[in-house]
Ligand binder design. Structure first.
Ligand code: NDP
Ligand code: OXD
Length: 331
């Protein structure tokens, strides 16, 4: 439903790059035109490259992977809305104007991520790869199946996404712990925090789910020294990694060597150091790696455009913006 905002002179510029078909710029423009009636919506560079466009009319920018320097073209920018939850790509632009940067936190995205995490935890827990291989061979060979309560899931990141996934897994009966920067208390979740909390958190974890943001502190956190601290006495035959945070969090050479020497039993990866994943990456064909193309939480453009439209409407009424990124922390 469109919001009933008064017509406004503050143009919303859309700078959207690198998405898949369902992330097309035309689709976004149509969604924002519906969500923000009366507001000028321009696609950059498509609608602005003819020389007649007044860059000073732009008050808001909605962005996904804008090119470095692009945002500094708008002298009267008031707010930048990142069209995803992770802001590492936009923060990499050192010339970004010093205005509030808002990220996405919407139920639609959160629910999709929780679906993804639950699905992959269950696939490892319920021995899906083994059963699929049996089916290929027409073999009826059930193996012992342990209970969910015998599996300890550990979630790196207890933010919007980590908390929701933790709650869903707890309700399925898994033993769930989480790790965050600052200490937390969450009912029936064992919460660990900071550097001192990392080792005890890893030592009790059979399935490690990563939902951290990519920051200077977290880059390549998913590497051999961390994997060697995971629990070795769980029912899955070794620890399992699920990374749906960012590819820059993982050292892919270490993941491969840890799979090969059984430091890791299996891995599910939605994100990669270079995306799309190169055709010659050994991860594609590794028998114990499951790959998805960064679509763990492929979110509905309607939900995000309505969220941005509501934030702009609130902002113009003098209400505070929600989910502002702390640039000094990097998330
Ligand atoms: P939030 O900002 O809500 O949560 C981030 C969590 O990570 C917080 O709990 C934070 O701790 C913790 N954290 C950050 N840095 C550290 C650190 N150095 N040590 C320990 N804990 C740390 O983010 P979201 O949950 O919304 O999203 C998480 C990430 O998921 C995004 O940044 C993005 O990269 C990724 N993502 C991936 C998608 C996909 O399709 N694959 C889709 C959407 C997001 P504290 O609570 O103490 O601040
Ligand atoms: C996000 C993503 O950060 O989809 O929202 O990766």
């Amino acid at each position: 439903m469109p919001l009933s905002t008064p017509p406004s002179s503050g143009t919303l510029a859309l700078l959207i790059r690198g998405g898949a078909d369902n992330w097309s710029t035309d689709r976004w423009k149509a969604r924002f035109t519906t969500a923000c009636p009366g507001r000028g919506i321009v696609l950059v560079p498509e609608d602005t490259s003819h020389g007649m466009f007044d860059a000073a009319s732009v008050s808001y920018a909605a962005v996904w992977k804008p090119r470095p320097g692009e945002l500094s073209a708008f002298p009267n920018l008031k707010v930048i809305f990142n069209l995803g939850a992770g802001v590492d790509a936009v923060l990499a632009d050192g010339s970004m104007p010093d205005v509030p940067l808002v990220r996405v936190a919407v139920d639609d995205l959160t629910q999709r991520m929780t679906e993804y995490v639950v699905m992959h935890v269950l696939m490892h827990h319920r021995q899906h790869s083994y059963l699929a291989a049996c089916q290929q061979r027409r073999e009826w060979k059930p193996r012992h199946q342990w209970a969910a309560s015998a599996v300890r899931v550990g979630i790196l990141g207890l933010g919007v996404l980590g908390r929701d996934a933790a709650d869903a897994l707890r309700r399925l009966g898994f033993g769930v712990a989480g790790w965050s920067n600052t200490p937390k208390q969450i009912v029936d979740i064992d919460c660990y925090a900071g550097e001192a909390g990392l080792a005890p958190f890893l030592n009790r974890t059979d399935i490690l789910v990563c939902l951290l943001p990519l920051t200077p502190d977290t880059r390549h956190i998913l590497s051999r020294p961390l994997f060697t601290q995971l629990a070795k006495d769980g029912p899955l035959g070794g620890p399992v990694l699920i990374n749906a945070g960012r590819g820059g969090l993982q050292n892919e050479a270490d993941i491969l060597s840890c799979l090969d020497d059984n430091t890791l039993a299996a891995a599910t990866l939605d994100v990669f150091e270079t995306e799309p994943l190169g055709i010659d990456s050994p991860l594609w064909s590794h028998p114990r790696v499951t790959i998805s193309p960064h679509n763990a939480a492929d979110t509905d453009a309607d939900a995000i455009s309505m969220y941005v439209a509501q934030q702009i409407a609130d902002f113009e009424r003098g209400l505070p913006l929600k989910n502002i990124v702390d640039r000094s922390r990097g998330y």
